[in-house]
Design a protein around this ligand. Structure first.
Ligand SMILES: O=P(O)(O)O[C@H]1O[C@H](CO)[C@@H](O)[C@H]1O
Ligand SMILES: O=c1cc[nH]c(=O)[nH]1
Length: 238
């Protein structure tokens, strides 16, 4: 047991998929895993362990934002011995070359969060994906015929911007080639590096911030399935 997880030792697999939404964790357990056990219901941050193609895998919600994923990732790595952490999240595009329904592998994660500025005393740290996980995910995507985009993403602390005072909050990031915005990868990559684990963030573009295009609920599910399958195929290679 940890402060936020009631799993017993040994109930969580070494490789875990991490959606922000705990109901996405349940959806994956219900639709993709066999022999499933629910190991956590604390705060409704559901966690499940099962098998996919014979390999033992866990899936657990992390909540939204840097503080929430930091708590879950810290405990999973340090208290449960999790080694491979694969985030599967949604993101918003602000890049004209990145479209709704695209799947992104985040090679490195920029941030507007002060978390690493504080940790590194004002110096810049470059949180990055584990190359092995990134490479395996890319291979899995190619095998599925999915044309994933690979590059830098932004982890933001802000979902709703004050557009009156900052009308183009993402222009600077787009000008420097950043593909999309989500809210957790920087923290996941930094914690994995600190505690000798491996991490990757895979994202599906759910909306385009510049054009206003969005996926419908049904479409979103299908598109998320593509990302989930890439995540699972990556997981079984570990
Ligand atoms: O779909 P999830 O994994 O929650 O990820 C994205 O969606 C949430 C915002 O709506 C944030 O957590 C962001 O990172
Ligand atoms: O963090 C997120 C996730 C999805 N879409 C956004 O605009 N931001």
């Amino acid at each position: 047991m940890s402060a936020h997880n009631e799993a017993k030792m040994g109930e969580i697999a070494e490789t875990i998929l991490l959606p922000g939404d705990p109901l996405r964790a349940k959806y994956i357990a219900d639709n993709f895993l066999e022999d499933v056990v629910c190991y956590n219901q604390v705060r409704n941050m559901l966690g499940f362990t099962g098998t996919y193609k014979g390999k033992r895998i866990s899936v657990q919600g992390t909540g939204m934002g840097v503080p929430s994923i930091s708590i879950y990732a810290h405990e999973l790595i340090n208290q449960y011995g999790v080694k491979n952490l694969i985030r599967i999240g949604t993101c918003g595009s602000f890049n004209k070359d990145v479209h709704v329904r695209d799947v992104i592998l985040s090679m490195t994660s920029c941030t507007d969060s002060a978390i690493n500025k504080n940790l590194f005393r004002g110096m810049d740290y470059a949180p990055c994906a584990d190359f092995g996980l990134l490479s395996d995910a890319h291979k899995a995507a190619v095998e599925k015929g999915v044309n994933v985009k690979v590059g830098s993403t932004l982890t933001s602390d802000i979902f709703y911007h004050d557009l009156d005072n900052n009308p183009e909050p993402f222009k600077l990031w787009a000008d420097y080639g950043v593909l999309a915005v989500e809210m957790e990868a920087t923290a996941l990559y930094t914690l994995a590096a600190r505690f000798n684990a491996k991490a990757l963030a895979i994202m599906t573009v759910s909306d385009h911030i510049l054009t206003g295009e969005e996926t419908s609920a049904d479409e979103r599910q299908t598109t998320l399935n593509t990302m989930i399958e890439i995540g699972l195929e990556t997981a079984i290679r570990q």
